[in-house]
Design a protein around this ligand. Structure first.
Ligand SMILES: [Zn+2]
Length: 374
């Protein structure tokens, strides 16, 4: 499926061009290489206007044209196309532009891989939501105030966020055999432990099984199982929900918090991506993942009933096991008068807790994971 409105500028980074020329020597980009095969019999890979020969890495961008003077935007991508046949795995970082550990992990990952030694194709979206990244916004795009992770499958003539979703659906999700959508706690969210997640009921039995396979192979100790399914792609407004509703096995990752830059959050993402590539036979090596992760099948949320100032309780930390009734924090008005005491609605692992003062009515200030067995 092509994205008719986009114009894509592609380039091969000089450094890697030299490297590839050194390694594969005979790999040549030809004008109709979409049907060309090299000596291995593997077709070139197309992503928008990027064309990648077997054994090559190409970096470029998907361009979102301006509409009504909004300036448009672009999505930086790296494609590593293996010398041998294999699945297409797409990784998306930066759906939320102020979640930095996924973005920094995707900076590191291509350098750890050699496409001449790979089977299949890795598509890396470095920053899906460039307006939110450059605008440093939390949850929403800075101009249209839409949440990209509520905007799928997108709209080719919509706002900038809707057009980004449309481009991702058509260029990144639909061509994929597997998808990983990588997040962290947003700039206002404390989030621990890092976890992977998948839809345990959506997309049909095979999609569920394959989604679980990659979510477990990723190797984090905690795996969240999303409930529910979607009647149509128009209802599947989340990135990975769109994928599984299209029949593409998919998972989410959450690693990082509060805008913090730390390898303790970044390394599990690069390690996990490599683990999934090993699981899918894309690269050699043993999988470094757990036999028995902690599965979380249900999550309880608290939405703020007030706007004002949030004070997290200093005695609790995300990652703690809390019992029902544990005091998690208070909301005051702008003068310091208490409006609401927030306590744990259920016992379980405190996964997400707001970590900065601003709070609006309806904000999801607490997420608790109830431990399940699957
Ligand atoms: Zn996010």
């Amino acid at each position: 499926m092509r994205f008719g409105r986009s114009i894509v500028k592609s380039f091969v980074k000089t450094k890697f061009h030299r490297l590839n020329a050194l390694i594969v020597g005979s790999a040549i980009l030809v004008s109709n290489a979409a049907i060309a095969k090299d000596s291995t019999g593997v077709n070139s890979f197309e992503l928008a206007d990027l064309l990648v020969a077997p054994g090559e890495m190409v970096q470029g961008e998907i361009t979102i044209d301006p509409i009504d003077g909004d300036g448009g935007t672009f999505i930086p991508v790296t494609v590593l196309h293996g010398s041998q046949e294999g699945p297409v795995l797409s990784l998306i970082a930066g759906i939320h532009g102020s979640e930095y550990s996924p973005i920094l992990a995707m900076q590191q990952l291509p350098a750890l891989l050699d496409p001449t030694q790979m089977s299949g194709t890795l598509v890396v979206v470095h920053i899906a939501n460039m307006p939110a990244f450059t605008g440093r916004t939390v949850y929403f795009g800075p101009t249209d105030l839409k949440n990209l992770n509520r905007s799928f499958p997108g709209d080719s003539s919509g706002t900038i966020t809707q057009r980004i979703a449309y481009a991702l659906t058509n260029h990144v999700i639909k061509p994929a055999d597997y998808l990983i959508d990588i997040h962290s706690g947003d700039a206002n969210e404390s989030l621990r432990p890092s976890y992977s997640a998948y839809y345990a009921e959506a997309g049909g039995a095979d999609v569920v099984q394959q989604s679980k396979r990659i979510a477990v192979a990723f190797g984090l100790e905690t795996v969240v199982q999303f409930a529910g399914s979607y009647d149509s792609v128009d209802d599947a407004i989340y990135t990975s929900a769109q994928a599984v509703t299209l029949g593409i096995p998919s998972m989410d990752v959450e690693s990082g918090e509060l805008g913090i830059i730390d390898d303790v959050y970044i390394d599990p993402i690069t390690d996990g991506a490599m683990n999934v590539m090993r699981e899918l036979g894309m690269i050699a090596g043993e999988i470094e993942s757990l036999e028995n992760p902690l599965f979380i099948a249900e999550r309880a949320r608290i939405y703020s009933e007030h706007e004002g100032i949030w004070y997290a309780d200093p005695l609790v930390r995300t990652g703690d096991y809390v019992t029902q009734g544990t005091r998690l924090g208070v909301i005051t008005d702008y003068f310091g008068n208490e409006l609401e005491t927030v306590t744990a609605p259920e016992s379980g692992v405190l996964l997400i807790l707001f970590g900065t003062p601003p709070v609006n009515t309806g904000d999801p200030i607490v997420v608790i994971g109830k431990v399940g067995q699957h």
